[in-house]
Ligand binder design. Sequence first.
Ligand code: NAP
Length: 483
Amino acid sequence: MHLKDPKLLRELCFVDGAWAGADNGAVLDVKNPASARKLGSVPNMGAAETRRAIAAAAAALPAWKARTAKERAVIMRRWFDLMVEHQEDLATLMTAEQGKPLAESKVEILYAASFIEWFAEEAKRVYGDVIPGPSDKRILVLRQAVGVVAAITPWNFPAAMITRKAGPALAAGCTLVCKPATQTPFSALAMAELADRAGIPKGVFNVITGNAAAIGGEMTANPTVRKLTFTGSTEVGKTLMAQCAGTVKKLSLELGGNAPFIVFDDADLDAAVQGALASKYRNTGQTCVCANRLLIQAGVYDEFARRLKSAVAQLRVGDGLAGVTDQGPLIDAKAVSKVEEHIADALAKGAGILLGGRRHALGGTFFEPTILTDVTPKMLVAREETFGPVAPLFKFETEAQAVAMANDTEFGLAAYIYTRDLARSWRVSEAVEYGIVGLNTGIISTEVAPFGGVKESGTGREGSKYGILDYTEIKYICVGGVG
Ligand code: NAP
């Protein structure tokens, strides 16, 4: 891996404006999933180091929140500019530790930076309210920074899942302690280096790596932390939610999904195929908004399957740093096992393979882009996130059946609908129990929209004007004696 600015590869944590190792010197190795080669190591911190990072964030809080929104915005804008300036290096680091194609990493860096830029601007518009009072009173409503925030993030979007939290948190006047995923810590640490260069004051943005349970345990038990924001699996999200009960923290949870991708008979089939490609195979199928179940109406089922197969067959699988690719490796061997388990279960219960279905000839954790046909709700692929490059095709007859199938899950993050019928667009968009609906599009992520789920996909929204409100508390001032 070659970086133009080698100082962006940091193997220490960033706490209180300084680079630090674990108290006992222990480290965790980080590997490139495309080659299994070691890239470097990061500190294996625990509860004691987490406590110190939280104390640093608490010490930095009064001065940071006392600055005007404009002053915070000027510093954050410099951070944004530095991320854009170093896009190539940040993307190289990301592909090395995460495996996604370099082009996808470059897009993620700009997407990640966009949250810093957008929320820096939005901080100036965190308005309150004046409510006409009863009797001789007036009612004022202020929105104030929540305080110290703890963030825990996953490996599938190593940069964007951090800035979606750091952007609104810092803009609102909060300070942050962030724990990135152990498999992809270098993107987070590079962003900390750039935050430091941008002049973000010490203690405002801290990044610690290490033992997830110990760090998460301290973050959730420590009363100084007023909000926990987590992106990751529903299972871990539930654990953290329970742990936060003891200190009644404000919570944002961006958890797992099981997205239906519904194609009606009247859809533009080429557009639907393009949408399915983007939604299903991007990041090797490892996104929370991935089309997990492709529900295709009977009249176009065969034709959609034929067109999807010819498009998916073109995908170039390989190491994202070794040439132009469309699909990288899966993150680890466990991910490959899950994909294989889902395929074997579907085949045992009567599904067929239209394309792929096996480990890729490249070896390691590379997997063939796969399409399954004749899939039914009884199969594992219908119930769980596959988190891999597998498109299972289900058949439905009526609109009511499609809606019932779409909602038949405990998840509720993203749903996709392809139809050219205006009335049906409204009916189905309103009937599906999801936080996000992609109507005739497979790409729904942008910093200007409220991203988040319902049901067991989580609570809270990231991005947009709603995203910053999650980092504020409402205070109401009752003004008496006005007459
Ligand atoms: P994960 O296993 O839940 O891990 C996510 C983060 O939680 C990592 O930093 C992990 O640390 C940490 N963690 C694990 N166990 C913990 C514990 N007991 N206490 C505190 N922290 C703990 O999820 P993942 O496999 O990395 O990510 C994939 C999941 O994230 C999928 O379900 C996906 O749908 C979801 N996701 C959701 C969104 C969304 O916006 N809704 C976006 C992206 C991903 P270690 O790395 O050290 O284990």
